[in-house]
Ligand binder design. Sequence first.
Ligand code: A2P
Length: 339
Amino acid sequence: MKKYNIAVVGATGMVGRTFLKVLEEVNLPAESYTLYASARSAGTKLPFMGTEYEVKELNENSFDGIDIALFSAGGSTSEKFAPIAAAKGCLVIDNSSAWRMDPEVPLVVPEVNPEDIKKTKGIIANPNCSTIQAMVALRPLQLKYGIERIVYSTYQAVSGAGVGGYNDLKNGINGEAPKKFNHPIFSNCLPQIDVFLPNGYTKEEMKMVNETRKILGDDAMRITATTVRVPVFDCHSESINVELKTPFEMAELRACLEAAPGLIVEDDIDNCVYPMACNIVGKNETYVGRIRRDESVDNGVNLWVVADNIRKGAATNAVQIAEKYIEMVESGEMEAYHA
Ligand code: A2P
């Protein structure tokens, strides 16, 4: 089996550090790991794989000899360096939003559309955190019943806004004014994630709409979203209302979700069991509960979907893309990416 030279770009960041944890857990067939960040943290030592790795400054030569690079260093770094890496024959798995809607770039959740990995021209995009967990729950229903319409309402953790978001909640408890958000997040819900667009939706909301259509391969799917930041440190929760194309039996629909890869059904209302953010921190899977018929429409169902936004919503999904890519190359299903 080939051994791969793997780079982590943005290794000192919140997602970058989780990349390292997930990489330790999955143990890819790696020849080497190289950790990159900006000049600010060059020389920093990070514990990884039972030893210490020195972080190097990212530059145009950083991808010489690298086979796979996991990026989470912000949109502008990805815009500049992902094409440089790809031109050197390095497959980029990018966590930023820079390349997601590029028609040449596959947008992948490995449980949902692994075949799209084969279409890569050097960059594969990791979807938005809120989109990823929704896809894991919705794909099995799409395959079995078809999807007519989706209504997303999210309850998103402050860790999605990085360290600044974390600090606003932590310090807000002591009455400090927010620095990252426009308004206090402690004891509050903010119906704004990212900036507003001309149609009155936020960028986060339109990411969910557009990325869902791209991943599920249906440009005309009817979707609406309201995304809300809530005073929770980790894990995004989502209420998802779906209208299916065909009638369903509840028991059969539940069995379909139970059989879905990467999805865990936690739904026992007699015992007050349902997915909760506080129980899902550090988990790689997506959880679904409160599965019930929407009695107000034909073929409607309501779901409550929770996942760790830094793990499955970012680092875990990206590492799983790398795992799937390696598996496909090794099984001969696809050729290894080369420039
Ligand atoms: P650094 O620690 O040197 O600033 P977060 O999203 O948690 O803020 O993390 C962003 C990550 O991206 C950090 O590892 C940060 O490194 C890295 N980063 C930011 N700008 C650049 C850049 N121009 N080149 C390389 N890495 C960058």
